[in-house]
Design a protein around this ligand. Structure first.
Ligand SMILES: NC(=O)c1ccc[n+]([C@@H]2O[C@H](COP(=O)([O-])OP(=O)(O)OC[C@H]3O[C@@H](n4cnc5c(N)ncnc54)[C@H](O)[C@@H]3O)[C@@H](O)[C@H]2O)c1
Ligand SMILES: [Fe+2]
Length: 358
């Protein structure tokens, strides 16, 4: 017997922010980051709320355990009826963890302002232990938001670099989930649609087309629903290890790693067939190699680097710790192939341009 659960409720399309009016009169803690608060974008959400509102705007990229603890204290002090997360994956994951670790566990509404993580529909929150330099994916069904609001108008000012990085995160979610050990007909449908839509629309979104940015927001959400059910894989496990150590943007790391991981995982016959199907759905010739090459071309068109921007000596001395962290990461279990520490070390070394894993 298999299980596929559908949650949260999703409001989407231009003007979807108006769904916040359903929270009329409620006490709301709005969780966002400093840029979104200062730029006035978060005010667009606050203006829709008629009850008492407090803003927690201290979220930084890759939220730390310490930040979550500060957020829990702010939440327990304010005692909100609802928490509204407004921002990219960082504010959404911070708010999820704040609700989960608080005594009152209020319901959470998520409003993504980047098209990348799909965090608005997942039971994942990625938290960083800054002392150990490790990113931990926390996975709990109780982290799932109650409601998600997808309003493309909020993405208008996302800079091209962030559009490119977060867009490659979407493609990585869809590609990893499609070959993941836990995939099902439900996650396949979501991942196929997400991958082909994102592959087609990311260049136009990067060029600033708002319609394409809206399509990327949909693709991000579809991929989130898919990987929430089926899991991710080696690319995310390695991206988490590298992100915890070197604090590089999550999507940029995935963009560097994914073409290599596709070639490596194609050693598994089922994964190879599935990568070939994804390539065909994108108008490429139906092979894993064509898919990997297509991702490399897309990465170049988005002005993203093809290797890790980490000094060779620093990477070399971190390789053992990085491969141990990637092996221990919860995402690794869903990878179609079982990789050894030495194989992961080799992939990481090659991603940094070090050659044969030394
Ligand atoms: N929970 C999940 O399922 C999941 C999945 C993948 C990644 N993640 C995590 O999410 C985090 C990354 O999230 P992200 O890629 O969305 O980045 P982010 O939330 O860190 O935001 C990146 C930058 O974009 C800016 N920004 C956000 N919205 C904007 C807008 N509308 N206009 C202009 N600038 C805007 C932010 O201020 C920030 O400077 C990482 O910690 C990653 O590990 C979580
Ligand atoms: Fe991701």
């Amino acid at each position: 017997m298999e299980r596929f659960a559908v949650r949260p409720e999703i409001w989407y399309g231009t003007g979807a922010l108006a769904a916040l009016e359903k929270l009329a009169g409620k006490r709301v803690l709005l969780v966002t980051d400093g840029f979104l608060a200062a730029s006035g974008l978060a005010t667009r959400a606050a203006e829709r709320l008629t009850g008492p509102v407090e803003v927690f705007d201290r979220v930084e990229p890759d939220p730390s355990l310490q930040l979550v603890a500060e957020g829990v204290a702010a939440l327990e002090h304010f005692q909100p009826d609802v928490v509204v997360a407004f921002g990219g994956g960082s504010p959404m994951d911070c708010a999820k963890a704040m609700c989960w670790f608080s005594r009152c566990r209020p319901p959470l509404w998520c409003i993504p302002t980047t098209a990348g993580t799909g965090s608005e529909v997942t039971s994942f929150a990625v938290l960083t232990d800054t002392e150990k330099g490790v990113k931990h994916p926390l996975v709990e069904e109780g982290l799932l938001p109650e409601t998600a609001i997808l309003d493309p108008a909020l993405l208008e000012g996302v800079p091209p670099k962030v559009t490119a990085e977060t867009g490659m995160d979407v493609l990585t979610h869809a590609a990893e989930t499609y070959v993941a050990a836990g995939s099902s007909p439900f996650s396949d449908a979501l991942a196929e649609k997400s991958f082909s839509l994102a592959y087609d629309r990311l260049p136009a979104a990067f060029a600033g087309d708002l319609g394409a940015k809206g399509d990327m927001l949909l693709a991000s959400c579809l991929a989130g629903m898919a990987f929430n059910a089926a899991g991710l894989g080696a690319c995310h496990a390695m991206a988490h290890a590298l992100g915890g150590q070197f604090h590089l943007p999550h999507g940029r790391l995935n963009a560097i790693l994914l073409p290599m991981v596709v070639l490596r995982n194609a050693g598994d016959r089922r994964a190879a067939t599935r990568y070939a199907a994804l390539a065909k759905a994108c108008g490429l010739s139906g092979t894993p190699r064509a898919l990997s090459a297509g991702l490399v071309r897309l990465r170049a068109a988005l002005d993203l680097p093809d290797r890790l921007p980490v000094e060779g000596g620093a990477l070399r001395s971190a390789l053992d710790d990085l491969s141990a962290a990637a092996l221990a990461d919860g995402c690794m279990a869903a990878n179609p192939l079982t990789l050894t520490a030495a194989e992961i070390r080799d992939l990481l070394a090659r991603a940094g341009g070090l050659g044969g894993g030394t």
